[in-house]
Design a protein around this ligand. Structure first.
Ligand SMILES: [Zn+2]
Length: 383
């Protein structure tokens, strides 16, 4: 931990509740001390200074939904190596996400993840585990093998959370399958946030799940019942209910820029959490790969099954932020909010995802959008 204070001066600061054109942020001993316009903030004389030359400084990016990076699969012991590599992409905290496999193998891999989290490696913060499968709809499987799908039950919640040592934080499931609706209180009782996804839920089914406590939608638009004006579906329930946060993949492949603008217009930046949904092939060259027994092909900026279904993305959060701003035309302040403060709120973490006195000093200085120049986690320079 840096013993002397650090001051980043002349930055375009995104707190991200506001943008400060010429801002200064000071931090020491892992915490932010001061944030404000450069003409108001007086860093301590012994502070080490970095001149940002007008470049953006934001909180570190927080990824709620990520499967892998540079050949590391987060669903197992390679989670440790992934945590070391993520800061290079501006990611300072993340929720490693699982995949549909036979239950025995899932439970073993959860134990391995919990072991890594027991003694966290230096790198991005591992906030908890995100379960995605096998409690999904066979009508909306994405790349997953529906032969392994099961409706969610309270007993499954207990078994998985046991194997994970209580570290499961998010759980994506299809509430309309079997008696899954009745498992929502079991999730909440275990401190897990219920996430609707890979779901064919009708409007009424989605509303019932939301009434029972579902609070997020996994990769909104992808692998869900679309809009129809006589059966408006999960799509409309998620858009209309203000307490529901929609996860969004912005890799330039999964969602059209106009659909991204529509979502931001209707939900606002506090209702959209940028996610990567990155596959372990993110950062690897094009080619054929095996992903936990699933065959996938990386080609033309996509990761897909031999049948052509998208299989996660190969872009990380930094690229998603760039796509939001430069390709979808989202205001940078809103885009930064959806990649930092909103995901922190979605997890109930009040201190992460913003620059203000007392918050952990997790921040990124950007050479330009998408390209981190310097990254700090808990005040320590990682990149
Ligand atoms: Zn998915």
């Amino acid at each position: 931990m840096a013993s002397h204070p650090m001051a980043i001066v002349h930055a375009e600061l995104y707190t991200p509740t506001r943008r400060i054109e010429d801002g200064t942020v000071v931090f020491a001993e892992g915490r932010i001390l001061m944030v404000g316009p450069s003409h108001e903030v007086r860093p301590p004389r012994r502070a080490e200074r970095i001149d940002a030359r007008g470049h953006p400084v934001t909180p570190g990016l927080i990824d709620l939904h990520i499967h892998g990076i540079e050949g590391c699969d987060l669903f197992g012991p390679e989670l440790a190596e992934a945590a070391r590599r993520l800061p290079r992409y501006g990611v300072t905290a993340f929720v490693p996400t699982t995949l549909t496999l036979p239950e025995e193998e899932i439970l073993q891999r959860l134990q391995a993840m919990a072991q890594v989290m027991e003694a966290p490696p230096p790198g991005a913060r591992i906030l908890g585990i995100h379960i995605e499968g096998p409690h999904l709809s066979p009508k909306r499987p994405g790349m997953a093998n529906p032969a392994w799908f099961r409706p969610l039950t309270p007993e499954a919640v207990a078994r998985y959370q046991d194997a994970a040592g209580g570290r499961i934080l998010l759980w994506t499931f299809a509430p309309e399958e079997g008696e899954a609706m009745q498992a929502i209180p079991a999730l909440i009782a275990q401190g897990i946030i219920p996430v609707i996804g890979h779901s064919d839920a009708t409007y009424d089914q989605a509303m019932e799940a939301i009434r029972r406590g579902a609070r997020q939608i996994t990769h909104f638009f992808n692998a869900m019942r679309p809009f129809h004006h006589r059966e408006p579906g999960l799509f409309t329930a998620a858009l209309l209910e203000p307490e529901v946060i929609t996860q969004l993949i912005a890799d330039g492949q999964h969602v059209h820029p106009a659909a991204i603008r529509l979502l931001f217009r209707l939900k606002g930046p506090s209702g959209v959490a940028l996610i990567s949904d990155a596959a372990p092939m993110a950062g690897l060259p094009p080619g054929r790969y095996a992903w936990l027994g699933y065959e996938v092909i990386v080609v033309d900026g996509r990761c897909q099954t031999p049948e052509g279904a998208l299989a996660g993305s190969i872009a990380l959060m930094n690229e998603g932020l760039r796509v939001l701003i430069e390709e979808a035309g989202i205001d940078p302040l809103d885009a930064v909010c959806s990649a930092t403060w909103t995901p922190a709120q979605a997890l109930g973490l009040r201190k992460l995802g913003r620059l203000r006195p007392g918050a952990p000093a997790d921040l990124v200085l950007w050479a330009r959008w998408g390209v981190p120049e310097a990254v700090w986690i808990n005040g320590e320079r990682m990149v």
